[in-house]
Design a protein around this ligand. Structure first.
Ligand SMILES: NC(=O)c1ccc[n+]([C@@H]2O[C@H](COP(=O)([O-])OP(=O)(O)OC[C@H]3O[C@@H](n4cnc5c(N)ncnc54)[C@H](OP(=O)(O)O)[C@@H]3O)[C@@H](O)[C@H]2O)c1
Length: 412
């Protein structure tokens, strides 16, 4: 007989789902510091629609989006969903997942109960015209990030996803390694390969901010796998070797410079200080490149603090591609360098299924390592987000175990 709820790791018979499950959840009345906002609760196991699957979650990756969700900024994801007519007054997040398909909706043809999978977090309405007409679904107005803008993500014992989100779990990886990488890897892949003609080509120089972070560690390896040359930026010397080991050709410590933040007005005396700093930073790139060479692609996500420098030093005809504004949302840059040198400033957000598949194949071919930094327990989900918010987390991607109760399981 099906029990009301199972302990973590106490596996029901394949395909059997209990009515209740354990989950890590945020509620509006505790928005704030992530280690307080994220709390363990028992909630109803979700029902699935015809195009959806239920996954028995083995491990969950920790991503920055759920730092934002915990704080309720820049959007209140619960309020947004209530406005769209959803009923739950909580956010059970989690956007990176390794697990076992446990239930399959009638329209899902590619996957069956028992398949071992990882989950790309791009979701959309399959009936949307953009999707139906074969366009890039990430440009659909219905696109939502799974486990951030949608509920019942991978901080749930049973996670609910759309069937198209699934990719095969790389067999050589453990559950925790498999849960670590796909959101950052797929996002980085789209930034680097999704915006032709500004895609990584052999020998291209690519500047990567936050090289030891979740996105950065993936970006360095993707650039190297595609034959490009990655230069990583870090804020601490102890991250240097990590970036070199992942395939960077050189590393710059941003603490050696102090021209960060909004760009001063070009008429202002302070502008001189900015341009001197940005030129010095460009020189550090030339030293690593061994010649006067500018990056063809600047891989951006810090945003406000670094964008003036990114805009200044990007190559003629090159691209600054940005997927976040971790340090702030105000863009300043010296437009003269932008138009005269015909640069491109490109926004990017997560990845479509093809991009997720392409980068997952690089992982399966062992060309991209998940960069699992630290594996925490389920009850440490809040703590892991807090470390991330304070930029005190270890290099790479963090994971929390869900139904995999011990490290090292799942690889063959
Ligand atoms: N739109 C999307 O689809 C998408 C997908 C994934 C992530 N994101 C966003 O991208 C951002 C980064 O995510 P992540 O997973 O890579 O986070 P992460 O693991 O915390 O890495 C971010 C890196 O940024 C660097 N950084 C922090 N403050 C900085 C500053 N003031 N100037 C320059 N660099 C700074 C840090 O490296 P150093 O201190 O060593 O420089 C850090 O390692 C987050 O805001 C996240 O929400 C967006």
């Amino acid at each position: 007989m099906t029990k009301e709820i199972y302990d973590l790791g106490e596996r029901p018979e394949l395909g059997v789902t209990p009515p209740k499950m354990h989950a890590f959840v945020v509620r509006q009345d505790r928005f704030g510091e992530p280690d307080k906002a994220w709390q363990r609760e028992v909630i109803d196991t979700p029902e699935i629609k015809a195009d959806e699957v239920l996954i028995y979650t083995m491990a969950t990756g920790i991503n920055y989006n759920n730092v934002w969700a915990a704080m309720g900024i820049p959007v209140d994801v619960i309020k947004d969903r209530l406005k769209r007519g959803e009923k739950e007054e909580f956010h059970a997040g989690g956007s990176d997942c390794s697990g076992i398909v446990w239930k399959v909706g009638g329209d899902v043809k590619d996957w069956k109960v028992g398949d071992e999978v990882v989950v790309n977090s791009g979701t959309w309405d399959p009936e949307c015209e953009v999707v139906k007409s074969g366009g890039d679904p990430m440009l659909s107005p219905t696109t939502r990030i799974w486990g951030y803008q949608t509920n019942h993500g991978s901080y749930c014992q049973f996670a609910k996803a759309q069937g198209h989100q699934l990719q095969p779990k790389p067999k050589h990886l453990t559950w925790e390694e498999s849960g670590a990488y796909l959101l950052c890897a797929a996002t980085a892949y789209r930034q680097l390969m999704g915006f032709a003609p500004n895609t990584v080509k052999k020998d291209d120089l690519v500047l990567i901010w936050g090289g030891a972070g979740g996105l950065g560690s993936m970006a360095i390896q993707i650039v190297a796998a595609l034959g490009g040359r990655a230069i990583a930026v870090v804020s601490d010397e102890n991250k240097r070797q990590f970036c070199m080991d992942k395939g960077a050709i050189g590393v710059i410590n941003r603490k050696d410079f102090d021209h960060w933040g909004l760009m001063p007005n070009t008429d202002d005396k302070e502008y001189g200080k900015f341009i001197k700093g940005a030129r010095g930073f460009g020189k550090a790139i030339w030293e690593i490149a061994g010649k006067r060479e500018s990056p063809r692609i600047v891989f951006e996500h810090p945003g406000e603090s670094t964008l003036p420098t990114s805009g200044f030093l990007c190559d003629t005809g090159g691209m600054i591609v940005i997927c976040a504004g971790t340090t702030g949302y105000n863009i300043t840059m010296d437009l003269r360098y932008h138009w005269m040198m015909q640069k491109r400033l490109q926004g990017s957000h997560l990845a479509n299924d093809d991009q997720a598949k392409a980068v997952n194949e690089l992982v399966m071919e062992k060309k991209v390592d998940p960069c699992l930094s630290e594996t925490y327990t389920f009850d440490e989900i809040g703590k892991a987000h807090q470390l991330m918010k304070e930029n005190k987390h270890p290099h790479g991607n963090m994971v929390c175990l869900v139904n995999a109760t011990e490290k090292g399981q799942g690889a063959s």
